[in-house]
Ligand binder design. Structure first.
Ligand SMILES: Cc1ncc(COP(=O)(O)O)c(C=O)c1O
Length: 415
């Protein structure tokens, strides 16, 4: 028999094995200074393209004021305990009603973290007789929620409606045999490549098959649809989404998340979602801060307009410069390049140190071997000067990548 830690100490996992080369720089980097279009990294000012502060609310003076006042009045603890026991307030209720009204649902339920909330909501929504059908590219929180499911699950090819339909046929047979129901799960916006989930086509399948639809709209909330109401509004199918989810961690620049649905469903979640029943509720600065952010989202359409002006300038500029942005239909701007992991690391190092541009890098095993995605997140705080400098920087690093410069640097580093 082995000591449990023997394996853990030897094998740090697919990402952890790069820790020595990557930590503090490619992973766990420290971006410092006020959250904005330009922040400090490694002692230098860089254009920051890796923060989901889409509407630029993170450092908005009105937001800072409300956050600060709420912290001064309530501290960071109030209310203590789980919502069900002692952690409930009229402000939590108010925020839930305002979130529900905003996305045009009867009711909403706040959760402390989107990730845990999603895991727990999936767990609560299905019993062992039910069948889950989900997109293969969904976020880890959905995958982990599905893992808890004791019944059958089918995965369909990413955004492939034909594959979804085939799996719905299998699921219908299985659910009929077990006397259960079907839950289909998609994202509103797929965070890595920036495609919208094909909600319109998925919704159309509801006329043929009997299922309920859960949509994770983490990236769509605040950025898409009339008034930033999300991907369901963007595609005109909000009514077909049975359970709508959005996090406060992106456009709302906070912490927390919510589910919105019919009253009966929300009440069921309140009494059955273990991540909320057995965990302390959201502290008051988060709740009052979210009320303020939601109010700004509703009343300041110029934030979303500025965001999209930047998105359009960045995406059209990169495309004109010959970059491949894949199939993005949203703010998320992936730039696809070809190279191995050491080359990618040398390239990102050059981009950060010599061009002053900070963006996330995605490589194998998250995407296929040989591909590199440099992922840019435009926000309302960016300027056209940021866009111009970035496109010039990208053109510079592409020439070096294609000329083998980074391959040579990476090889020299290994020796
Ligand atoms: C699609 C998606 N769902 C859920 C989450 C988790 O949300 P939170 O950060 O609130 O835990 C994220 C990341 O933040 C996400 O991108």
């Amino acid at each position: 028999m082995k000591d449990l830690f023997e394996r853990i100490i030897k094998d740090k996992g697919p990402l952890g094995k790069w820790a020595k080369q990557a930590e503090g720089y490619y992973v766990f980097p420290k971006l410092e200074g006020p959250i904005s279009n330009r922040m400090h990294f490694n002692g230098k000012k860089v254009i920051t393209w890796s923060i989901n502060d889409y509407l630029g609310l993170a450092n908005h003076p009105e937001v800072l004021k409300v956050d600060g006042e709420a912290a001064a009045e309530h501290g960071m603890a109030y209310p203590m305990g789980a919502r069900m026991m002692s952690g409930h307030t009229k402000f939590h209720e108010q925020l839930e009603q305002e979130c529900a009204d905003f996305v045009d649902k009867e009711a909403a339920y706040l959760v402390n973290f989107g990730y845990q909330g999603m895991v727990s909501a999936i767990d609560a929504l299905v019993s062992k007789n039910d069948v889950i059908v989900y997109d293969m590219d969904t976020h880890a929180c959905i995958i982990d929620g599905v893992r808890l499911h004791a019944g059958k699950r089918f995965v369909y090819k990413h955004n492939d409606v034909e594959s979804l339909e085939k799996n719905l046929q299998r699921a219908t047979k299985m659910a009929t045999e077990n006397n259960g129901g079907i839950l289909v799960i998609s994202e509103g916006v797929f965070g890595m490549r920036g495609e919208q989930g094909r909600l319109k086509e998925i919704a159309a399948l509801k006329r043929k098959y009997n299922f309920r639809l859960l949509v994770d709209d983490a990236h769509g909330f605040g950025t898409l649809g009339e008034g930033g109401r999300g991907t369901g509004f963007e595609q005109g199918v909000q009514d077909d989404i049975d359970v709508y989810f959005a996090t406060f961690a992106k456009s709302m620049a906070g912490i927390g998340a919510f589910f919105a649905a019919d009253k009966d469903i929300i009440q069921y979640l309140q009494y059955n979602m273990r991540s909320q029943m057995f965990a302390k509720s959201l502290p008051m600065p988060m709740v009052k801060g979210a009320l303020k952010r939601l109010d700004m989202l509703r009343t300041m359409p110029e934030l979303k307009e500025k965001l999209w002006a930047n998105v359009n300038a960045l995406q059209s500029g990169l495309r004109e410069a010959g970059f491949d942005l894949g199939t993005t239909q949203t703010c998320i701007t992936p730039v696809f390049l070809k190279g191995d992991i050491p080359e990618a690391m040398a390239m990102v190092n050059d981009l950060r140190e010599n061009y002053g541009v900070f963006c996330s890098i995605v490589v194998y095993p998250v995407i296929p071997k040989g591909l590199i995605i440099l992922r840019l997140i435009p926000t309302a705080t960016h300027t056209l000067e940021d866009v111009k400098e970035t496109i010039e920087a990208f053109s510079g690093i592409r020439s070096k990548l294609e000329g083998g410069v980074y391959k040579r640097i990476a090889a020299a580093m290994v020796q």
